[in-house]
Ligand binder design. Structure first.
Ligand code: AMP
Length: 622
């Protein structure tokens, strides 16, 4: 059973396999490797591919293209995209995108993608004379957890076993055999029909790492078509036509654009008029768009803290990199000619097939290729006061795990809510909520005694699992974070900008909240102790403590962090002898043979079923 590699693309999808040591894309009955990622839902049947794409204009409400843009995203995040594609969003669903289909139940982008994957799987079964083993499926490097999970779900629905999700730029680098080198820094420039991205990869001892990615999800060959279309209309002396004519014009200019990749001039006939366009005309028309890709390349280089001369090879991906101006522009930008030997439409699928082959263990290509990707935004947990404790910093390579110890904040707390967030702001409310779960069944213990170990693990596919374990009792709870929506690349960028802009205020707010949480904890503990153990006070002590308690209570609502911290410290100081007397008394009780719960009760703690947020155990943070 051979493993397969799948490029699940925005415009086209492909499936490839390694046969006799060589990766090849599997072809359809017309000998084309490309399956247009277009799906039409008819009454009772589903049409996928070229037919669905070509007939889209006749069935706009039931044909779905470019659904990759909606994978794993919340409706609120992609209203603009949906309007662009004229889809009707199912507004009764707020958590994930669903499109209305006339006469049928609404469909999700995951289900639409599954239809595309089913056709690729069928193609593989036909070509391989049997069910494929597992599949390596490629995703953009900037895909977040939710988008990756959505891709895996689509594969599962299509009956495919996902061996691994692989970043598209990494797949392209593997296709060119760049993984055979000992070391190198590579740029992967991917210009498709409607999207552009560039990634900087570093290879060290067989390990790939994505150093940076940049791009624009609304830039590509379609922009070339529009520019050429406007030019042809002007030259023919025509106005902007109605929709149907406009579509026809776009088809004609797209064909002319392709011819201009090989020829010096091409003609376009529209409404009876024939316009000749030279390569030089075309280059001038598309130069502004091409230059926008250059800005993203410079951004990626600067994020990777590299200059263009440090790049050892440039790999081109996507149909629009066939345009000669794009090739010369990229060559000039990086100061060396890009790799163009492989078909830019197939390169990602070929790399995925090579990786799939490596994972069978029978590889003739490479033995120990390890692939590492980066986490786009930090992952963390909301702790006391709504601040974020970061577990995995942004740009960590995956797989990655981190753990920290926490304790309870309330006596006899039996359950803990854990709130997982993604983002780089200091406060949980400013980041994106990824999921929540509850650790139940904590033993009845005074606050501060339970030791709860929380672990974040991001696997090689970028899927996050968070687990929490109470170490005295061993009770454990975990979730695979399968968020109902994720972050778009635009959103990731905006959140990063916000976190930089707000860094100073965020830190101030965080410190104030932390001071308040700590002071509040001390106040509660002191007041409770005074209530149950007032008898242990010595004459004059209560007046001193009360004065500090009152001052601190008055200071808490104000924003004077230093005053809160000073008074909390003072309260600690003036209650120290009293606390000492209580500990001595508790020890005597404990030594007389009662367990901690009973000691708690003796101390007057109520059996509350409190749900609290987490607090660090003293010295328990690693
Ligand atoms: P992709 O999204 O990677 O499938 O790329 C599709 C884009 O590549 C479309 O805008 C096509 O018009 C464009 N394209 C495909 N072949 C050529 C070619 N020979 N010359 C110029 N553009 C092309």
């Amino acid at each position: 059973m051979a493993n397969i590699g799948i490029d699940l693309g925005t415009t086209n999808s492909l499936v490839a396999v390694v046969m006799s040591g060589k990766a090849r894309c599997l072809l359809d009955e017309t000998a084309s490797p490309l399956l247009p990622s277009a799906v039409r839902y008819d009454d009772g049947s589903v049409v996928v591919g070229r037919d669905a794409r070509d007939q889209a204009a006749a069935h706009p409400a039931r044909t779905f293209t470019s659904v990759k843009r909606f994978m794993g995203r919340a409706p609120a995040d992609c209203v603009a995209d949906a309007a662009l594609f004229r889809y009707t969003m199912d507004e009764s669903e707020e958590r994930f995108v669903r499109f209305a289909v006339p006469g049928r139940a609404p469909v999700t982008p995951v289900e639409v993608s599954a239809e595309v994957l089913k056709v690729l799987r069928a193609r593989a079964i036909e070509c391989l004379f049997g069910e494929p083993g597992g599949a390596v499926i490629t995703v953009p490097a900037y895909f977040d957890d939710a988008q990756r999970q959505a891709t895996k779900d689509a594969a599962r629905i299509a009956g495919l076993e996902v061996l691994r999700l692989l970043n598209e730029p990494t797949a392209a680098a593997i296709a060119y055999g760049l993984d055979k080198r000992e070391h190198g820094v590579f740029a992967v420039y991917d210009l498709g029909g409607g999207t552009f991205d560039v990634s900087i990869l570093e290879l060290n001892d067989g390990i790939f790492q994505v150093l940076a990615t940049a791009g624009d999800t609304h830039l590509g060959g379609d922009d070339f078509d529009r520019a050429l279309g406007e030019h042809v209309l002007t030259k023919a002396g025509l106005d902007r036509r109605d929709d149907a004519d406009h579509r026809e014009l776009l088809l004609a200019v797209e064909a002319a654009k392709r011819r201009l990749s090989d020829a010096e001039e091409a003609t376009v006939t529209v409404a009876g008029a024939t316009v000749t366009v030279t390569r030089a005309d075309f280059d001038a028309l598309i130069r502004p768009t091409v230059e926008r890709t250059g800005a993203a390349c410079r951004q990626a280089l600067s994020d990777a803290k590299l200059t263009a001369d440090k790049i050892d090879a440039i790999v081109l991906v996507g149909g629009s990199t066939r345009v000669p101006l794009v090739r010369t522009y990229v060559g000039a930008l990086f100061g060396r000619a890009p790799y163009t030997d492989l078909d830019p439409d197939q390169v990602v699928a070929l790399g995925a097939a090579m990786q799939a082959d490596i994972l069978t263990g029978s590889s003739q290509l490479s033995d120990d290729l390890l692939l590492l990707d980066v986490i786009p935004l930090s992952l963390g947990l909301e702790v006391m006061g709504g601040v974020v404790e970061k577990f995995i910093p942004r740009c960590s390579t995956i797989p990655f795990s981190a753990s920290q110890s926490f304790t309870t904040h309330v006596d006899n707390q039996t359950a803990l809510d854990l709130h997982i967030v993604q983002g780089d702001r200091e406060l949980a409310r400013d980041n994106r909520s990824l999921g929540r779960f509850t650790l139940r069944g904590l033993p009845l213990l005074p606050a501060g005694i339970p030791r709860i170990r929380v672990e974040f693990l991001v696997d090689a596919d970028g899927i996050l699992t968070v687990s929490a374990k109470e170490e005295h009792t061993g009770i454990e709870s975990r979730i695979e974070v399968k968020p109902s929506y994720g972050l778009s690349d635009d959103e990731i960028e905006r959140m990063l900008e916000d976190s930089i802009d707000n860094a100073e205020t965020d830190v101030d707010v965080r410190l104030l909240i932390e001071a308040r949480v700590e002071a509040d904890g001390i106040l509660t503990a002191v007041q409770k102790a005074l209530g149950v153990d007032g008898g242990l006070l010595v004459p004059g002590e209560k007046e001193v403590i009360d004065a500090v308690v009152n001052a601190l209570t008055a200071a808490l609502p104000n924003d004077d962090r230093k005053r809160i911290a000073d008074l909390a410290h003072k309260l600690d100081e003036v209650t120290a002898p009293f606390a000492q007397r209580r500990i001595e008394r508790d020890l005597t009780l404990a030594l007389s043979g009662r367990d901690a719960g009973e000691v708690g009760k003796q101390l007057g703690l109520k059996d509350s079923v409190a749900r609290g947020t987490l607090d660090h155990t003293p010295g328990g943070k690693h």
